[in-house]
Every structure is written in C-alpha cells, then in structure tokens.
Design a protein around this ligand. Structure first.
Ligand SMILES: [Zn+2]
Length: 57
C-alpha cells in the first residue's frame, strides 16, 4: 500500500488542500502558510479538518 491522501481544510482560511498521509516534511497551507501537517516518522499528524480520505491504489 502506498499510503493515503487526505483532503484537509485549513482552520485559518478554509482553503482545501490534498496532503499525503505520510508526508516527510511539514505541509503548509498554500494560501495562508498555516501548518496543515507535520511529519512524525510514520503517518503525518494532520492539523485542520480532514474533509475526505483518498485511498491510493
Ligand atoms: Zn490557510
């Protein structure tokens, strides 16, 4: 399994952005720069609301 993608809605500006579930680096909102995900070594920790989970195939 390659891992999942999450559609995350930013808490600050409500921008929706797709984040890789095992992101290896910090993912920032493209609009306001708020942190959307931080790496933990495994599954990234998601900040904000996960709107949708997209399973990789
Ligand atoms: Zn934002």
């Amino acid at each position: 399994m390659a891992g999942n993608f999450f559609r995350v809605q930013c808490d600050d500006c409500e921008n929706e952005q797709v984040v890789f579930g095992k992101a290896a680096s910090v993912v920032a909102c493209a609009v306001c720069g708020s942190t959307l995900a931080t790496p933990t070594g495994g599954e990234a920790e998601i900040h904000g609301d996960v709107v949708e989970t997209v399973e990789a195939r």
